[in-house]
Design a binder for this molecule. Sequence first.
Ligand SMILES: N[C@@H](CCC(=O)N[C@@H](CSS)C(=O)NCC(=O)O)C(=O)O
Length: 283
Amino acid sequence: MYKTWLAGRSTRRGRRRTNAGNDHQFLKGNGFVLVSAEPCLTLQERTKILFSDSLLLLDYKSFTYSYILGDPVTKEAIIIDPVIEMVERDARIIKDLGLELKYAVNTHVHADHVTGSGELKKKLPKCESMISNVSNAKADVKLSDGDKIDFGSFNLEVRSTPGHTNGCLTFVWHDKGMAFTGDAILVRGCGRTDFQEGNSETLYESVHKKIFSLPSNFRLFPAHDYTGQTVTTVAEEKTLNPRLTKSKTEFKNIMENLNLPYPKQIDKALPANMVCGLQDLQS
Ligand SMILES: N[C@@H](CCC(=O)N[C@@H](CSS)C(=O)NCC(=O)O)C(=O)O
């Protein structure tokens, strides 16, 4: 069990205002730590966390969560959904932990930030980028439903979970009872369906068939959260998700009326992510 303190002033409700100016709930335990608390973590603590399950990293700008997963014996590691602005930090953490990055894996073509895959490949040349074959994006490895992503003695099962985009993938780590859901399901929410190839009925089917069919104690780790939450479970979302517990018709209606503004970085992010952030690596 680890205590994590977000840098900055505490407030009366157990929340702290971080130096980045964002208000996060502060989090204790379960091996997961927001690396917005990075200065508060020793390398030894980070190593224990990583090798007991995985290391969660936050991008302050787009509120994207990236995850490093590693094998303590072989030191092979992967990162899920890296963000370009955070590549210096991520590469340093990987190096400090003595890891060899095998894959930079993208859950989908993100619209709100540019992936860090290309920049990580420059810094760590053994690393290969991954994305769904359905996305039509460029990457070293194209993933399909049922594929396995191997690192050390572990592997993730690739599940196709379209709806937010056609190429959305969820990665299931059966050994640890964890799934990385990208934007298919968020904590008490889900990815929007009003642009790219968004389709609310498809998303509803994906979540119910491919995520809610996992054992109820499986922990779910989303690509984003805008309220400081980090993790949920299949059981929690099956009973408490305000959108996905409804009928498909009600869900469609909810999704049609979210009225969210477009992500600020969409015009830059979409073309860059269609080449997996590899634009500067093309010869
Ligand atoms: N304000 C943010 C974008 C917020 C947003 O639209 N998030 C997406 C996932 S990233 S495309 C989403 O699906 N949100 C669902 C929700 O219910 O919030 C920005 O400008 O980047």
